[in-house]
Design a protein around this ligand. Structure first.
Ligand code: 0O2
Length: 219
């Protein structure tokens, strides 16, 4: 009986996660195509990299427990089961990507969280948008929530390292290490500011490089 109920539970999770998997694949593909479209038109792309993931069942369960969310409330209250990350080169590009998302008709922005101008106490910086997206499954259309995280390469570097350390120390990072992470977060802020100062030069250089490679591709 225990084995049977385990199978039932896995089947329920699989069914629940199908539209989220579809949504992540759709969204990643759409943002990658947006990047390609910019490049093909010899335009600077504010999108540098796109990745996506469906939250693991373990991680969903942990979040449900931490936030006291029941199975019935799961899809409404856990908004990052589907997660997409858009990485930009420069801080200014973040707002450009956010504007592109606001203007789309295939997703509806429900909420925006600006941890760029106001970073979290941990030092974390990123721009989050919760969108509603219609996934088309065998069973029909389903509106799901997805979290889009938009951040610079430098912010992503910091967040990736910090996330690994949080995982290693199970959320209790030793004080000296936490202090180092705060210092590193300040350096990331400074680096993004410095890079912004050379943004127009870099954009010009990349545009002419793109133009050259598009010309070669046309031959
Ligand atoms: P994982 O493993 O990436 O999926 P809220 O109810 O809005 O206060 P919530 O839902 O946690 O809380 O939203 P929030 O704070 O916007 O964070 C959502 C996600 O942002 C996190 O998901 C992380 O991916 C990322 N994030 C937020 N704060 C930090 C931080 O201090 N460091 C790092 N590295 N990432 C952060 P999960 O589920 O926590 O993690």
């Amino acid at each position: 009986i225990v084995k049977e109920s385990c199978f039932m539970e896995i089947r329920l999770w699989r069914e629940l996660l199908i539209p989220y998997e579809l949504a992540v694949k759709d969204l990643v593909m759409k943002f990658k195509l947006l990047q390609k479209e910019h490049r093909e038109k010899n335009l600077y792309s504010p999108i540098e990299q796109v990745t996506g993931r469906v939250k693991s069942i373990n991680s969903i369960l942990e979040k449900m427990q931490a936030k006291h969310v029941s199975w019935e409330e799961l899809e409404e209250k856990i908004e990052d089961i589907a997660g997409v990350r858009i990485i930009c080169q420069f801080c200014e590009d973040i707002e450009k990507v956010a504007a592109l998302i606001r203007n789309r008709s295939d997703m509806r922005v429900l909420e925006e969280k600006d941890y760029v101008t106001q970073g979290k106490d941990s030092g974390y910086r990123s721009y989050h948008m919760i969108v509603s997206y219609c996934a088309e499954t065998l069973a029909g259309k389903k509106e799901i929530h997805a979290e889009i995280q938009i951040r610079t390469l430098a912010m992503n570097f910091w967040a990736t390292i910090e996330h690994s350390l949080q995982y290693k120390y199970k959320g209790n990072v030793p004080a000296d290490l936490a202090g180092r992470l705060t210092e590193a977060a300040n350096s990331v802020l400074k680096l993004d500011e410095e890079m912004s100062l050379v943004r127009s030069e870099v954009m010009d250089a990349q545009k002419s490089m793109l133009h050259q490679s598009n010309l070669v591709a046309d031959i």
